[in-house]
Design a protein around this ligand. Structure first.
Ligand SMILES: Cc1cc2nc3c(=O)[nH]c(=O)nc-3n(C[C@H](O)[C@H](O)[C@H](O)COP(=O)(O)OP(=O)(O)OC[C@H]3O[C@@H](n4cnc5c(N)ncnc54)[C@H](O)[C@@H]3O)c2cc1C
Ligand SMILES: *[C@@H]1O[C@H](CO)[C@@H](O)[C@H](O)[C@H]1NC(C)=O
Ligand SMILES: *[C@@H]1O[C@H](CO)[C@@H](O)[C@H](O)[C@H]1NC(C)=O
Ligand SMILES: *[C@@H]1O[C@H](CO)[C@@H](O)[C@H](O)[C@H]1NC(C)=O
Ligand SMILES: *[C@@H]1O[C@H](CO)[C@@H](O)[C@H](O)[C@H]1NC(C)=O
Ligand SMILES: *[C@@H]1O[C@H](CO)[C@@H](O)[C@H](O)[C@H]1NC(C)=O
Ligand SMILES: *[C@@H]1O[C@H](CO)[C@@H](O)[C@H](O)[C@H]1NC(C)=O
Length: 490
């Protein structure tokens, strides 16, 4: 591995950064980190200053939304890609010393870019060198470092076993760090719950730079990082996960119907049965605009994973959803890993031109069995399905941006009478800053409840208690990080 330790000269810090105290130069920060290392240890991670030729490339490498990085976006003082845990410890200690914030990035898929955006000077810690996946088929577990992507986890798994899977999301480039700490919805959730329901242990570096595991961090913190996102509590280094059993043959289908072909009736029927289907049968619906000019219409795609062969699927469909008219010819048998690619391929096909879509994922089976407070994700028993509202456009710029954002906000508002109320529920991994954000100067629990209850209902308060215990100086913070509990608040 390349050993680059750049001792570079001053970075010109823009004046807007300079507040009451002065921030360090990159060189001062690097010196501080070296001091954390004794004479016998080496910093082998890579440090990029804004002068490094790879700096911009790296900054943009895993971000998903071109809206977030532009000329006016504040950039990190340094981007550091650590190789060792001790390097992250040094980053935390030096950031605290110099009043810098850190942003931790795993897959960079945060919808609001919270893993690489910060208004005050900050260090971007990109975990992509920490991506090992160690599978233990004997006890059906794996240790996964948080810099790994879902694709890497699935690939490692597929190489070792045909009958093991893991109930995490569909997009292979999503990072294990953000995804598992936010919950994770997927096609296996009926049978096995969320990925976060299947986390057994974790290593985390806390605000004191201490490495802890489940036993030493305590059950409260371990509970919080399985659904609340890691960014409020520390840097999660790795997860121990429970692998789940999948049959060697699964079946998929994708039936598309436009309004003219009776989509409305089918979606209506689906709403009544979607959460009561057999636990092996997952059917999501994607609703989108298609065609253009006079051909404009709306299409519903019924996109399914069945944990078994076509022979067993057909009678089940005939019994619970005959209106869809599914034929054996519409189905493809494959293995579980291929089914992930199949779903991914279907969603990617939507991403072109100007598209608005609603992805509706049913919530049944195990999701209804697991208690609301087992982990922070509370949307279980009373929940029929989740809707993800998405708008896609190709032209970047303020005007296009305003137009589309306005449109999706109208759609979101339009849906209000038909969805959960008081609070209107939300899922952390589909992050939305419209719900509300922390003020930089005053992180208030009472104010944060506005958005906190949407994501976490009654679980929200417990985070505030954990936060006061594990990070009393609020080192790990961002626009929607966990606030402290004010006295008298409930
Ligand atoms: C194309 C696409 C497809 C998606 N598909 C699904 C899906 O199928 N199911 C689903 O449930 N969600 C899905 N999501 C949402 C996704 O789960 C979240 O955006 C998730 O937070 C991404 O994790 P990440 O590590 O890639 O993101 P990042 O942007 O790296 O991180 C997200 C947040 O977690 C923090 N974080 C990351 N790593 C760590 C760590 N090691 N320690 C502490 N904090 C950390 C970051 O600071 C940030 O606040 C999708 C998103 C996209 C863009
Ligand atoms: C970047 O290079 C310029 C010109 O060589 C120099 O003035 C500046 O101090 C350098 N910045 C950093 C962070 O090294
Ligand atoms: C530039 O990025 C910031 C976030 O960093 C965003 O708020 C702003 O809207 C973006 N500007 C444009 C023109 O897209
Ligand atoms: C399903 O299969 C039938 C019979 O082969 C075919 O006529 C129909 O077009 C297929 N539907 C889809 C959506 O592929
Ligand atoms: C929309 O119309 C344009 C121009 O006629 C055409 O190139 C494009 O393929 C059409 N898109 C769809 C989704 O039909
Ligand atoms: C579907 O159910 C009907 C009525 O029970 C039955 O007649 C038909 O043969 C079934 N079709 C399939 C494919 O199972
Ligand atoms: C922070 O906000 C809370 C709730 O709005 C308020 O009670 C408190 O006085 C504020 N603190 C400061 C320092 O502004």
């Amino acid at each position: 591995m390349s050993l680059i330790l750049l001792f570079l000269i001053l970075l010109s810090i823009s004046l807007s950064w300079a507040t009451s105290f002065s921030y360090p130069t990159p060189q001062t920060f690097i010196q501080c980190m070296s001091k954390q290392f004794g004479p016998y240890t080496k910093f082998v991670g890579t440090i990029y200053t804004s002068n490094s030729s790879l700096y911009l490339h790296l900054l943009q490498s895993s971000q998903q939304n071109p809206r977030w990085l532009n000329f006016s976006t504040p950039k990190p003082l340094l981007i550091i890609t650590p190789f060792q845990e001790s390097e992250i410890q040094a980053i935390i200690l030096c950031s605290k010393k110099y009043n810098l914030q850190i942003r931790v990035r795993s897959g960079g898929h945060d919808y609001k870019g919270l893993s690489y955006l910060c208004k005050t000077p900050f260090i971007l810690v990109d975990l992509f060198n920490l991506r090992s996946v160690e599978i233990n088929l004997e006890d059906e577990t794996a240790w996964v470092q948080t810099g790994a992507t879902l694709g890497e986890l699935y690939y490692s798994l597929a190489k070792r076993s045909e009958i093991h899977g893991f109930p995490a999301g569909l997009c292979p480039s999503v990072g294990v760090g953000g995804h598992l700490s936010g919950g994770s919805l997927c096609t296996l959730l009926w049978k096995y719950g969320l990925a976060a329901d299947n986390v057994l242990d974790a290593y985390l570096i806390d605000a004191n730079g201490k490495i802890t595991d489940r036993e030493t961090m305590g059950e409260d913190l371990f509970w919080a990082i399985r659904g609340r996102g890691g960014a409020s509590f520390g840097v999660i280094l790795s997860w121990k996960i429970k692998l789940v059993r999948v049959p060697p043959t699964v079946t998929t289908f994708n039936i598309k119907k436009t309004l003219e072909q009776g989509a409305t009736k089918l979606v209506s029927k689906w709403q009544y049965i979607s959460d009561k289907l057999h636990e092996d049968l997952f059917i999501r619906v994607i609703i989108q605009n298609v065609g253009n000019g006079t051909q404009k219409t709306v299409q519903a795609s019924f996109n399914s994973l069945f944990l078994g062969g076509v022979d067993r699927l057909m009678p089940l469909m005939n019994e619970s959803f005959p209106e869809l008219g599914l034929q054996a010819e519409n189905c493809t048998e494959m293995n579980w890993i291929q089914s992930i690619l199949f779903f991914e391929w279907i969603s990617n096909k939507f991403l072109k031109e100007e598209r608005v879509f609603m992805i509706m994922d049913p919530s049944g089976g195990q999701m209804k069995e697991i208690s609301e407070s087992d982990i922070p994700f509370p949307h279980r028993k009373g929940n029929l399905y989740n809707i993800q509202y998405l708008v896609w456009w190709e032209v970047n710029g303020i005007k296009a941006s305003n137009k589309h954002v306005h449109w999706i906000r109208m759609l979101y508002k339009y849906m209000r009478p038909y969805v959960s109320k008081f609070p209107r529920a939300a899922y952390l991994n589909y992050r939305d800053l419209d719900f509300g954000t922390n003020k930089e100067s005053n992180v208030s629990y009472l104010e944060a409840r506005v958005w906190g209850l949407k994501y976490f209902k009654g679980n929200f308060k417990r985070f505030a208690q954990v936060k006061s215990k594990v990070d009393p100086k609020n080192f790990f913070r961002n626009k929607q990080s966990i606030p402290f509990l004010e006295t008298g608040a409930d």
